[in-house]
Design a protein. Structure first.
Length: 306
């Protein structure tokens, strides 16, 4: 992204970040807000469970922001909070950006718009290993007694086929996916309590079939590194005199974290442009025309992509 420049990094652990990436970029404490003065947009990389609900409204008062808040059930409430915070200081905050919520949200709207009355379905982790969810893994690591953890989402293939056959089933979240957790417990931790806390966690695991495996730190590091993920959105219904219609949109990512980062950067570009036009408050991927995301000019987009 030749039109992008990293102005600095704010972290709760600046010394750890310096040890990881060196002194190539300015690194500050996460509450050193005056250091944001030289930047146009801040990409907030905190977790959705407890970081962003606190950090988002604070940062929105100092700078335009983009974040990847991913708790679907609480997204509207978070939107309202961010909208109020950003408008106070005439900033623009783009929330819930990534591939779901984010690009998949757009595809759900398109499916519903192009096939009137269509049901839209999202499935994640269609490979045998499943897809590694960063948000759910972060939620696991915040449980008392957990040293480290990974969470894989698995799509239920029978449900995908029902949708593709045009049955338009009424599916609860637990009918579409199951979850698999690999957890390293701290020494002396009560694993039964940890498992109960996982399986009853609202917004993440409650309502899903969830398998919990307690593993060693060594096993987690050797068998569960990398961040592969995939998913698809299906919009299904009928057109005209009852002809079946289906739209599918698929993502396959070798690295979920790098994919999410790329999508966040593109939306930071859009936020910068929209803010220059005077837009303030909170917006989502649903509010942004594709041309705002691209580094190419509108003329080049029409010539090369239309």
């Amino acid at each position: 992204n030749s039109d992008m420049e990293l102005a600095g990094i704010l972290s709760r652990s600046p010394e750890r970040v310096r040890a990881e990436i060196g002194e190539s970029y300015p690194i500050y404490a996460s509450d050193d807000f005056e250091k944001l003065q030289g930047a146009d947009v801040a990409i907030l990389c905190g977790g959705s469970k407890s970081d962003l609900p606190e950090q988002g409204p604070v940062y929105a008062q100092y700078i335009h922001t983009v974040d990847s808040y991913d708790n679907h059930s609480e997204a509207y409430a978070y939107y309202k909070t961010m909208d109020e915070a950003a408008k106070k200081t005439e900033h623009l905050s783009c929330i819930s950006i990534g591939w779901d919520p984010g690009t998949f949200s757009v595809q759900r709207v398109l499916g519903n718009a192009f096939i009137p009355g269509a049901k839209t379905y999202g499935f994640y982790g269609t490979s045998e290993k499943g897809g590694l969810s960063m948000g759910h893994s972060d939620a696991l690591r915040r449980i008392a007694g957990v040293l480290d953890a990974r969470q894989y989402t698995h799509a239920i293939s029978e449900s995908i086929e029902k949708v593709r056959r045009g049955e338009n089933p009424s599916l609860k979240p637990g009918d579409m996916h199951w979850r698999e957790c690999f957890v390293v417990a701290k020494e002396g931790a009560d694993t039964a309590k940890i498992e109960e806390a996982i399986k009853t966690m609202p917004g993440y695991f409650a309502g899903y079939k969830t398998l919990v495996h307690f593993v060693s730190k060594e096993e987690l590091e050797t068998k569960h590194q990398g961040f592969p993920h995939d998913g698809l959105v299906i919009g299904a219904g009928t057109t005209g005199s009852g002809n079946s219609a289906r739209i599918e949109y698929t993502n396959i990512w070798g690295s979920n974290s790098e994919a999410t980062a790329s999508i966040l950067v593109a939306h930071a570009r859009a936020v910068y442009r929209l803010a220059k036009e005077g837009k303030t408050g909170a917006i989502t991927a649903l509010d942004i025309a594709p041309a705002y995301l691209s580094p190419q000019s509108r003329e080049d987009l029409i010539k090369n992509f239309l």
